[in-house]
Design a protein around this ligand. Structure first.
Ligand SMILES: Nc1nc2c(c(=O)[nH]1)N[C@H]1C(S)=C(S)[C@@H](COP(=O)(O)O)O[C@H]1N2
Ligand SMILES: [Mo]
Length: 199
């Protein structure tokens, strides 16, 4: 998959070809949180997928770490216009977590510790496009960037990558999350510059 292998081989693309329209490159890693950083202890941390029929699939911290993990190297694009190239993560693919989940749902509403939510089509969580990430830059994911674990869905603007993720609700109909209810675009493709409703 191109998005994963980009950091491992091949010529680096010049930065202008990696920058979606309206973005500029940063080298630091800005912190953007709508509220205080929740401190979630790994002892009580749990990630739960709830299907449209109410079936629940939960993983505690030990169970998450026991799953096969991947090390995606991806570019991040924030709607506030910064992009950061070649960020290195460790986490469990959503394909692994959703592999045994029976569902007819087409939409997902992601929930975080602290109350943040964001929505996306279920298809955007599958086929190697999304991870529950617990490592960043070779270390544990720091709390301000979403540790213990966050959703990583780098092909969409970064507000879709819910920090302090606690669960995903699978839905037959699309339901807007926190920023989507406040006027941000429902889908948020950086390459089509889908920042706000109507873009
Ligand atoms: N739970 C939660 N997740 C969140 C946010 C938030 O406020 N709360 N902010 C989003 C936004 S708008 C952005 S740009 C990124 C920022 O991630 P960072 O702080 O690791 O750069 O997290 C996203 N995930
Ligand atoms: Mo953002």
């Amino acid at each position: 998959m191109a998005i994963v292998s980009r950091g491992f081989h091949g010529r680096r693309q010049s930065s202008e070809h990696r920058l979606p329209p309206g973005q500029y490159e940063v080298t630091d890693f800005p912190v953007l949180s709508a509220g205080p950083t929740p401190r979630v202890s790994r002892d009580v941390w749990e990630f739960t997928v709830v299907t449209e029929t109410g079936d629940r699939h939960s993983w505690n911290w030990r169970q998450l770490l026991a799953l096969p993990s991947e090390r995606p190297v991806v570019d991040l694009h924030c709607v506030t216009k910064w992009s950061k190239f070649d960020t290195t993560w460790q986490g469990v693919s959503m394909d692994t977590l959703l592999g045994d989940v029976e569902t007819a749902a087409e939409y997902a509403l992601v929930h975080s510790y602290g109350g943040y939510t964001t929505n996306l089509p279920l298809a955007d969580l599958l086929d190697g496009k999304a991870w529950i990430a617990y490592g960043y830059g070779g270390a544990d994911l720091p709390p301000e960037h979403g540790g213990p674990a966050r959703l990583l869905v780098p092909h969409l603007y970064l507000w879709k990558s819910a920090k302090w993720v606690r669960g995903i609700q699978l839905l037959m109909q699309d339901e807007p999350g926190f920023w989507e209810s406040a006027g941000y675009h429902d889908y948020g493709d950086p390459w089509r510059e889908q920042r706000y409703q109507g873009d």
